[in-house]
Design a protein around this ligand. Structure first.
Ligand code: FES
Length: 159
């Protein structure tokens, strides 16, 4: 069955289309809506977006591959992004990454076997003053310590 937005997301899309000056400008928000629903942007979704916005599939695919926030493959229920840029690196980001990898039994870029957590690194997430930090789904966790990381991951593993 071809991809279709849920009725609620279809309503959101209509609101967005009315607010934006061109259909092309709706590419990013529509991709977000699709990813919210499906978890990642499949080729089927690229096709859907290109048809809805009168764009070529190559243009939409180019957008998806340019922005790291779009998942090109299935991912875990929760996304953990550990910032590794210099301010975070100077304050222990690589220890945080190593600790996450050990605790979860995966490397960055991988998903736990139970499908709960995908671990990734990120470039500066604009929270350098509270380094080291990570983003879990939509929430920031700052001034990380090993204990704090354990608490966060335990919550995700339990949920
Ligand atoms: S360097 Fe990590 S938030 Fe800026």
């Amino acid at each position: 069955m071809p991809f279709a937005l849920s009725p609620e997301r279809e309503r959101k899309l209509q609101e967005i289309l009315e607010r934006y000056p061109t259909k092309m400008a709706v590419t990013l928000p529509l991709l977000h809506l699709c990813q919210e629903q499906a978890g990642y942007v499949s080729d089927e979704i690229v096709e859907f977006v290109s048809k809805r916005l009168d764009l070529s599939p190559a243009h939409v695919k180019g957008v998806v591959t340019f922005y790291t926030l779009y998942n090109q493959h299935p991912v875990g229920k929760h996304q953990v992004w550990v910032c590794r840029t210099l301010p975070c690196a100077l304050r222990g980001a690589y220890e945080v990454i190593e600790h996450c990898e050990k605790r979860l039994g995966i490397k960055c870029g991988e998903t736990t076997a139970d499908g709960k957590i995908t671990l990734r690194t990120a470039e500066c997430l604009a929270s350098c003053g509270t380094a080291p930090m990570m983003q879990v789904d939509r929430d920031y966790h700052e001034n990380l310590t090993r204990e704090r990381v354990d608490q966060i991951l335990a919550r995700l593993q339990g949920g």
